[in-house]
Design a protein around this ligand. Structure first.
Ligand SMILES: Cc1cc2nc3c(=O)[nH]c(=O)nc-3n(C[C@H](O)[C@H](O)[C@H](O)COP(=O)(O)OP(=O)(O)OC[C@H]3O[C@@H](n4cnc5c(N)ncnc54)[C@H](O)[C@@H]3O)c2cc1C
Length: 379
C-alpha cells in the first residue's frame, strides 16, 4: 500500500464509519461514499445497547470510548418481562454495573462522524454499479454519474448491499416476522399506567408468535417494537392503511392483553413503521476475491438480537486494525479479517435464531424468563 492507495468504503452506517475512523488513527486515508444526502437525511432510530465484549471494544480501538460513556442513558439497562395481563414475571434494575449500556444510535453516529477529517464522507453518492478491473482494482459508479477506481473496496452498505454480488450470490430472505415501530411521547404525563408498566428501561411482553417490546428513551418517549410472525403481505396492508386503520389492525392482534400494554399501539403519536426482518444464511461466507470485502449487515444480516450494530462496529475496527497491521499485504489483511469475522458472525446468527425462538416460540414467555434468570445482571 502507498499514499495513493484508494480505499473506498460504501456506506456511512456504524460499520463503515468505524472502519474509516480506525484507519484514520493509524494514518491511513479512506473515503466513505454514502447514498443519503446528509447526516440529517433520516432519523437514526432509537436506543442501541453497546456490549462490553464487542461494540465497546471497537470504541476503545477507535479512541472514542470516553465520548461514548458521556452518551450513556442511565437506567436504560433495567429490564422486565410481563405476562399479557400485566403481571411482572421477571424484573432486573439497572444498578449502573451492567455490560450493555444504552445510547442513541444518532449520537453514536455523530461522534464517529465528528472524529473523521473533513470530506472523509461524501454524501449523496449512491453506488449503482461496480466492475472488476483485475488485480484487485474496481471501477465504482454512482447514481450521480461520478465514477472512481478503488484499490480496496469495502461494502459497508447494509442489508441490500450492492457490493455483495461481487463476492456471493446470497440474497436476504424474509425471516417470517416483522417489528412494527410505535411511539408515545410525554408518556409519564399522558399515559401514566403504560409508563409505569414499562419501567425505566426495556419491557418484554411476549407470547408465541407475537410480542410488545418497549424502551424508555431519555426524553420521556416510550418506543415500542410490536412483533408479529406473519406472512410478508400481511404487513403490506399495514403499510398501505391510514394511521388509524393500521393501528387498529395491529391492536386487534393483541385483543385481551392488558390495556396499558395495547395503549402502546392504539395511542401511537405517529404512523406505525414496519421493519420486515430479513436474514442471510447463518454461515454466509465467500472465497477470497482480490481487493474487495464486506462488513456488518452486508456480510451477515441476521434477525434482531441486539448484536447487529455491535457486530458492525467490531467488524469495522477489526478490518481497520488488520489493514494497519499489514499495509504491504492487503490480501493477507482481508483474509485474516474475513476468517475471524466468518466464525464470530456464524455464532451470532445461530444465537439470534435461538433468541427468536426464546421470545416468540411455543414456550414464550417462560423461555424468556428462564433466559434472563440464568444470566447474571452484569453479563
Ligand atoms: C428494527 C431494528 C432494530 C434493531 N435494533 C438493534 C439493537 O438494538 N442493537 C443492535 O446491535 N442492532 C440492532 N439492529 C441491527 C442494526 O441496526 C444493524 O445490524 C446495523 O445498523 C448494521 O450496521 P451497518 O453499518 O452494517 O449497516 P447500516 O446501518 O444499514 O448502514 C449502511 C449504510 O449504507 C448506506 N447505503 C446503502 N446502500 C448504499 C449504496 N448503494 N450506496 C451508498 N450507500 C449505501 C445506507 O444509507 C446506510 O447509511 C436493529 C435492526 C432493526 C431493523
Amino acid at each position: 500500500m502507498n499514499m495513493n492507495t484508494s480505499i473506498v468504503i460504501i456506506g456511512a452506517g456504524l460499520g463503515g464509519l468505524m472502519l474509516a475512523r480506525v484507519l484514520h488513527i493509524h494514518g491511513i486515508a479512506a473515503t466513505v461514499y454514502e447514498a443519503e444526502t446528509s447526516p440529517m437525511a433520516r432519523t437514526q432510530g432509537g436506543l442501541l445497547d453497546i456490549h462490553d465484549f464487542n461494540g465497546q471494544l471497537a470504541l476503545k480501538d477507535a479512541g472514542l470510548y470516553e465520548e461514548f460513556v458521556q452518551l450513556i442513558h442511565h437506567g436504560g439497562q433495567a429490564s422486565r418481562v410481563l405476562a399479557t395481563d400485566g403481571t411482572v414475571l421477571f424484573e432486573d434494575d439497572d444498578d449502573g454495573t451492567g455490560g450493555r449500556p444504552e445510547v442513541r444510535r444518532g449520537e453514536l453516529r455523530r461522534i464517529l462522524l465528528g472524529s473523521l477529517p473533513p470530506d472523509t464522507v461524501r454524501w449523496g453518492y449512491k453506488l449503482s454499479h461496480v466492475q472488476a478491473l483485475g488485480q484487485g482494482r474496481h471501477e465504482v459508479s454512482f447514481a450521480n454519474d461520478e465514477t472512481m477506481v478503488s484499490d480496496v473496496l469495502v461494502g459497508a452498505d447494509g442489508a441490500w448491499s450492492r457490493v455483495r454480488p461481487l463476492l456471493s450470490d446470497a440474497q436476504p430472505v424474509y425471516a417470517g416476522l416483522a417489528l412494527v415501530e410505535t411511539w408515545l411521547s410525554d408518556c409519564d404525563q399522558r399515559y401514566p399506567a403504560t409508563a409505569q408498566l414499562a419501567g425505566g428501561g426495556a419491557l418484554f411482553a411476549v407470547t408465541p408468535g407475537k410480542g410488545i417490546l418497549t424502551h424508555r428513551e431519555p426524553d420521556g418517549v416510550l418506543h415500542a417494537y410490536v412483533v408479529l410472525r406473519k406472512p410478508q403481505d400481511w404487513f403490506s396492508r399495514i403499510d398501505e392503511a391510514t394511521q388509524a386503520d393500521a393501528l387498529s389492525c395491529l391492536a386487534a392482534e393483541f385483543a385481551g392483553w392488558h390495556p396499558a400494554l395495547t395503549t402502546m399501539i392504539t395511542a401511537s403519536d405517529k404512523a406505525p413503521v414496519v421493519r420486515l426482518v430479513h436474514e442471510l444464511p447463518d454461515e454466509h461466507q465467500w472465497p477470497r476475491i482480490p481487493g474487495v470485502t464486506l462488513l456488518g449487515d452486508a456480510a451477515h444480516l441476521m434477525a434482531p438480537s441486539g448484536e447487529g450494530a455491535n457486530l458492525a462496529l467490531l467488524d469495522g475496527a477489526e478490518l481497520g486494525k488488520a489493514i494497519a497491521a499489514q499495509p504491504a499485504d492487503i490480501e493477507a489483511a482481508l483474509l485474516s479479517f474475513e476468517q475471524q469475522m466468518f466464525v464470530r458472525s456464524a455464532a451470532a446468527a445461530a444465537d439470534a435464531k435461538a433468541l427468536q425462538e426464546i421470545c416468540y416460540g411455543a414456550r414464550a414467555p417462560h423461555s424468556l424468563v428462564e433466559m434472563f434468570s440464568a444470566v447474571p445482571a452484569s453479563a
